[in-house]
Design a protein around this ligand. Sequence first.
Ligand SMILES: Cc1ncc(COP(=O)(O)O)c(C=O)c1O
Length: 389
Amino acid sequence: MCYKAAMLFDFDTPVERTGTGATRWERYAGRDVVPLWVADTDFRAPPAVLAAFARRIEHGVFGYTSQPRELHEEIVARMQRLYRWRIEPDWIVFLPGVVPGLHLAARHLVPADGHVLVPTPIYQHFKRAVELAPRAHDDVPLALQGGRWVFDEARLAAAVRPNTRLLYLCNPQNPGGTIFTRTELERLAALAERHELVICSDEIHADLLLDEGKPHVPIASLSPDVSRRTVTLASPNKTYNFPGTGCAWAIVEDAALRRAFSLDHHATVHDPALFGYVAALAAYREGDAWLAAQLEYLRGNRDMVERKVAAMQGLAMAHVEATYLAWIDARGLAVPDAHAHFLAQGVALSPGAQFGAPGYVRLNFGTQRARLEEALARIASAVSSTRAR
Ligand SMILES: Cc1ncc(COP(=O)(O)O)c(C=O)c1O
């Protein structure tokens, strides 16, 4: 059945992105480099989204736009349908991106003398948010257990200080690819409750679930108490590949927390732009079949990456449960800079240092399979060149 789903949509035909301002592609334009770094995909957005854009463009007037009530309703219904999580429309705070939400959490939910826990490795903007705020913080390394990147509870508990106010969570985890289980989240939430911490949970990858039977659990859906202490950040941008349109939101039940979080609203932080709303609505209303097909395609890519990396001596990676990102341990190659080493062979990956783990690289497999295959062949020759030295 899944094979058929993938056939209904075309993920294989390459789309020329050079010359469109694509961040991932422009940096290496004109060079023989396969760019697999920044986390967007090379797939066209769902046909329903393209059609909604076309209809809106045909209208021709693009004035100031209010937050669409229908999108509030769509989000409320989706949380209920997917997670049996009952939220109210008023809990939703629209944002131009998830990243501004990470910054708002650091600046407004942590006093100037407060402290933040950052489980690493982690998407770099969590760290940037605390550094720029600036707020004191501790990196708390995840542990690789049973082939999954999970929380090290003892280290987390030991890192809590009397002034710790905020715990960052990235679920599913970027770059580790973990879908945290209900039990893991319950234990994390218990720690937050014990120490009276606010949780800021970035769930932007929640729909990119590659392992069937492993559901995403929004941490705020665990209990009313967890919900009251949590800011959940979400967006369809990554799932349906329209991050350039900028539409995201926070879900915050507690009114005081929501007020504090929203302090900058309409001052320095804008609402999403018109086309962000158009894309989000169309994707949520009509994008399910496309998403199922994309997940099937990504599973194929993930399996290929895991198979080929396993055969390369000096590289190791955990199984990717979610996201289209592979977190590869290249320390076994014993090269001074793994990112530079692969780039010299024509593949641009994200350097692990960006996520707090030098010696690792992150590979974005959200691309056409033939291109991925070429990149993996280049990686293989980069690996064998280290053995030839
Ligand atoms: C965990 C995580 N959060 C946020 C973002 C970016 O979100 P936005 O483009 O909505 O600011 C990314 C993009 O890679 C991400 O991986």
